[in-house]
Design a protein around this ligand. Structure first.
Ligand SMILES: *Cc1c(COP(=O)(O)O)cnc(C)c1O
Length: 475
């Protein structure tokens, strides 16, 4: 090809490729349509159902282009209107999500400006925003300045990073794996066992520590298990406590577990993915000892009401965290390490990553912290309110929860499990408010998890009416 031919070919290609960089008129039209869509979506949340069993229609990708407005409609019909409506306050199942608007706009701006947040030198500002979010978390959980951390996609990856650090700190590899012991309770989130598998620790010994009637780890039992394992020549190396279990909202006795971990020199990991930010509320006392963990995970996309896709991990031992995530050696000198930890990529399996710091930083800066705390207190009180009212309807409730997850079941005369399952099905079929179920102590129970920032007293009243309605249907 001579230069003239190249220029001609380029002109032809540019005609097509420049469509990706939309012009000002088209840009305005796309953004206005999107804002209009988002606005009407949010406005409709007050009345929309929490759950729909509708299946999505055709979402396959074809060669030809489609108008933006048509695509937004397709999204509304086939995505927004199927499954759990996690943006509405009526999501009271599993652990609900948030999606505060300032966080959503943070995502938009992060994606438009697209700074490379993984490496300090590539975007000192973006890396600093990520680091300031981590610094704020250190103050919230009283972690020392010298600890390190990372914003992840969520609790599962946070667990993974923390366990890898624990593994490397304790040199758990090769023959040692099958003799090493991890202590956790049956209430631990399943992402823990999954993370152990992924990082090559599938064959460690897992000890399920007995729990009390409030579903909390019993420290005396933990101590006894560790002593026995040492006596048997095994290598206890990590204990996992949970600050807010997914099923029952229980907070393990964090301080007492810290004493035992310290005494036996175990890595102490605390999973605060669901409950962590309740430390900012009147329940603060229950979190005593959280600052003694070697690693801690929290999920801003749960108890800080951010859109899905942002978790955080804090780790005290920076060398242990660097070991698995920073590939080149020579990081042992402090001076170098200081520089290294300014770049989030050195503390994460990810190199190129979503600039997720902005969606946390913007809402915290814009709203200040108080509305977040009030929102958490509101959820705690709504839980008390729900339990009082459902008890009055003749239901049995689980033990008083530490946080905002609770469970209940109807005391049918016979076939209690099956009939409660029937009630659950009726609730899902109704769908006005979304609840989920679990099996606790061998019994089928219906769970309520109150954590969506849009859940208010009228939402709980709707849930109660729905439950009454469904109960009448099956009785
Ligand atoms: C949700 C949850 C996780 C997993 O977090 P993801 O953000 O969903 O990956 C881990 N631990 C607890 C206690 C949780 O509630």
């Amino acid at each position: 090809m001579d230069t003239q031919e190249i220029i001609k070919a380029l002109d032809r290609l540019t005609e097509q490729s420049s469509k990706l960089d939309v012009g000002s008129e088209e840009r305005t039209a796309m953004m206005s349509a999107s804002i209009e869509y988002a606005d009407s979506f949010i406005a409709g949340l007050k009345t929309v159902h929490g759950f729909s069993q509708k299946e999505p229609g055709d979402l396959s990708i074809h060669k030809q282009s489609k108008p933006w407005g048509e695509l937004l409609k397709l999204y509304q019909n086939n995505v927004a209107e199927t499954g759990i409506n996690a943006a509405s306050g009526t999501h009271l199942g599993y652990i609900p999500g948030g999606g505060v608007l300032a966080g959503a706009l943070g995502d938009f701006i992060a994606a438009v400006t697209n700074p490379f947040a993984g490496v300090y030198y590539a975007s000192p500002g973006a890396a600093t925003i990520e680091n300031e979010v981590i610094n704020w978390l250190k103050t919230v959980f009283s972690f020392p300045d010298t600890s390190v951390g990372n914003l992840t996609s969520g609790g599962s990856v946070s667990n993974l990073i923390a366990f890898a650090a624990a593994r490397d700190k304790h040199g758990i590899k090769n023959d040692l794996i099958t003799r090493s012991v991890v202590y956790l309770s049956e209430q631990v989130h399943h992402s823990a066992q999954k993370a152990l598998r992924i990082i090559g620790l599938e064959d460690v010994i897992i000890r399920y520590v007995p729990i009390d009637t409030q579903h909390r780890i019993r420290p005396d039992e933990l101590d006894a298990l560790i002593i026995r394992d040492y006596a048997d020549g095994l290598t206890p190396f990590m204990v996992i406590g949970t600050a807010g279990t997914t099923d029952t909202g229980a907070i393990d006795p964090l301080d007492a577990i810290a004493d035992i971990a310290q005494k036996h020199r175990l890595w102490y990991h605390i999973d605060g993915a669901y409950g962590g930010f309740f430390i900012l509320t009147s329940r603060k006392a229950a979190f005593r000892g959280i600052e003694r963990a070697d690693s801690l995970i929290v999920d801003p996309h749960k108890s800080l009401f951010m859109p899905y896709g942002v978790g955080a991990v804090l780790i005290k031992d920076r060398d242990a965290m660097l070991h698995s995530n920073y590939y080149t050696a020579h990081y042992m000198q402090d001076a170098i390490a200081d520089e290294l930890i300014q770049s989030p990529a050195n503390l994460s399996p990810e190199l190129t990553r979503h600039f997720r710091g902005l969606r946390v930083w913007l809402p915290l800066q814009y709203h200040g912290i108080e509305p977040f705390i009030a929102c958490l207190e509101e959820k705690l009180l709504l839980t008390v309110y729900f339990r009082q009212r459902i008890t009055a309807l003749g239901f049995e409730v689980g033990p008083e929860p530490d946080l905002s997850v609770s469970y209940f079941r109807y005391p049918f005369d016979t076939d209690t499990d099956r009939r409660n399952k029937q009630l659950m099905d009726a609730i899902h079929h109704d769908g006005d408010v979304f609840l989920s179920s679990s099996v606790i102590g061998g019994k089928f129970v219906i769970r309520i998890a109150i954590l969506a920032f849009r859940t208010r007293r009228d939402t709980i009243d709707r849930a109660l009416s729905m439950i009454e309605r469904c109960l009448k249907e099956i009785i």
